[in-house]
Design a protein. Structure first.
Length: 186
């Protein structure tokens, strides 16, 4: 009996997880495919997920818009901040001695903190999920991936309840769906 799986019969593994770490990891994988190194990509992925959560929280009424007074805004330090588009969203970033880092306010996001975050959320499944996402990203040329990455994420992200009920809720991330999307492209 042949126990090897062919390319269309992927093992189905689901992971119960909320969307933020899934988007963080996917955006980091996409950023690497687009030419950023691992540390740069991790910070960009974390920033993207944070910006998406903030926008959703405002839409749901969980967060109120931050109003900065003109005088206080003028007191901020001037820096070499620039914007990187990732998954259709501009991400604030800065050049540091260690490379490009996404910025949250005046602070840059540290890649080791993002690694710890992803390890705590995915646990032992992190390597397997990252590999599946990398195969999906490699199925696309960088320019096409840049244009389609958020739409791909919407096809495999965990399903959660609509509205406030879904805020922070876990859903099932099915690795077979990610693998299927990669095979569909090939």
């Amino acid at each position: 009996m042949n126990n090897r799986l062919n390319r269309t019969q992927m093992p189905s593994k689901t992971i119960s997880i909320n969307r933020a770490p899934v988007l963080t990891l996917w955006a980091a994988v996409v950023a690497e495919r687009l030419g950023f190194d691992e540390d740069e990509a991790l910070t960009l992925g974390k920033a993207l997920a944070g910006l998406n959560a903030q926008a959703k929280g405002r839409r749901l009424g969980i967060f109120k818009p931050h109003e900065e007074k003109a005088k206080k805004a003028r007191e901020k330090e001037r820096g070499e901040e620039f914007w990187i588009e990732l998954c259709g969203r501009p991400i604030p970033a800065k050049n540091t001695e260690d490379g490009i880092r996404a910025a949250k306010g005046a602070q840059v996001i540290e890649p080791d903190g993002v690694r710890r975050y992803l390890e705590s959320k995915f646990g032992d499944d992190l390597g397997q999920v990252r590999s599946a996402m990398q195969r999906l990203a490699k199925a696309y040329k960088p320019k096409e991936l840049a244009e389609r990455c958020f739409g791909l994420y919407e096809r495999f992200r965990p399903a959660i309840p609509e509205g406030i009920k879904g805020w922070g809720a876990k859903g099932d991330l099915d690795l077979a769906v990610i693998e299927g999307l990669a095979q569909e492209k090939n």
